[in-house]
Design a protein around this ligand. Structure first.
Ligand code: AMP
Length: 304
């Protein structure tokens, strides 16, 4: 069992979907990721929040024994994202991104974080992703996520991160946008040409695909969900379940195998399918190990 270090956003989100809306509710890539990953492995968070961040929101992670020694609280407001989903629930339309305290964030890893073997650079400014990675002494397996906001505003920096990671997670629309192709298969292959050994492309209700040059494709269907309330955080929950599972399956210097990655994709699928059934982190926080095991059993039955 290894620890997972994550850098990403801790946020207040204002989200509107066909099911309703939630104003300034808890979100952020690092929050969803940590909650999902902590079902399987110890998690260490690097990030920043403002003085408006509520103590009970920190408690959600602390209750899961997530380490917040790398979380700074500084004067100013917490990151705020406002988005809406219309007919296509697989695609968020960003209305506002207020970086607030993230605009001047200078991550400094506590000493005991520097030996982390699993590192996840969740969706955040690619400059910060690089900054954090440079402070980890000997990472064993590094993953990253991003989104159209950074593809548009900081593409050069983002491509530097692609060259330093083992695995990249992207939405299908973002993979197509980045590689300027309309074909999903070509998009995933083209992303793998940018540096990472593995690429995971998430396709909402159509599941997810992992690709590597050495192993080809592995396709996981989504668990059927009748009532998609809020897709926010699905990608981060997927990545959290994925990385937590990898960390729990491997020991010391053992690099994850293709089989580990396939199992990890099943865990990611289960957690993203739970996140989307309520606003904010309300559904994800209710998933304990027995609930996870039961959904995983259902997914495996479906695949067989
Ligand atoms: P996803 O899993 O892709 O749905 O990620 C949703 C989370 O990403 C939301 O809770 C947002 O707070 C966060 N987010 C949105 N835009 C950004 C951004 N530009 N940088 C970092 N985090 C973001």
């Amino acid at each position: 069992m290894r620890e997972v270090l994550v850098v990403g956003s801790l946020a207040y989100d204002s989200v509107k979907t066909p099911s309703g809306k939630a104003e300034k509710s808890l979100g952020g890539s690092a929050n969803y990721f940590s909650l999902a990953a902590s079902l399987f492995a110890p998690v260490r968070v690097v990030g920043v929040v403002g003085e408006d961040y509520q103590p009970q929101d920190k408690e959600i992670l602390l209750n899961r024994k997530v380490c917040l020694d790398g979380l700074q609280t500084v004067p100013g407001k917490t990151f705020h994202w406002e988005g809406t989903y219309e007919h296509n629930l697989n695609e968020a339309v960003t209305l506002k991104t207020e970086l607030n305290v993230f605009a001047h964030f200078n991550p400094k890893l506590p000493n005991h974080y520097q030996d982390s073997s699993y590192v996840f650079l969740a969706n955040i400014d690619p400059t910060l992703q690089l900054e954090v990675l440079s402070q980890v002494k000997k990472p064993l397996f590094v993953g990253m996520d991003s989104m159209n906001f950074w593809i548009n505003s900081k593409q050069d920096e983002l491509l530097k991160v692609f060259k330093k990671v083992d695995i990249v997670f992207m939405n299908e629309a973002e993979a197509k946008m980045l590689t300027q192709t309309d074909n999903g298969v070509r998009a995933i292959k083209n992303v793998s040409e940018l540096g990472p050994k593995y690429v995971v492309v998430k396709k909402g209700e159509y599941g997810a695909t992992i690709y590597s040059k050495a192993h080809g494709f592995y396709q996981v269907p989504a668990l059927p969900v009748e009532n998609v309330v809020d897709p926010t955080g699905a990608g981060d929950s997927f990545a959290g379940g994925f990385f937590g599972t990898l960390a729990s399956r491997t020991s010391s210097s053992e690099v994850p195998s293709w089989t580990d990655l396939k199992q990890a994709a099943l865990a990611g699928t289960v957690l993203s399918s739970q996140t989307i059934q309520d606003f904010s982190m309300k559904a994800l926080v209710k998933v304990d190990k027995p609930a996870f095991d039961s959904h995983l059993h259902q997914l495996k039955g479906m695949i067989n």
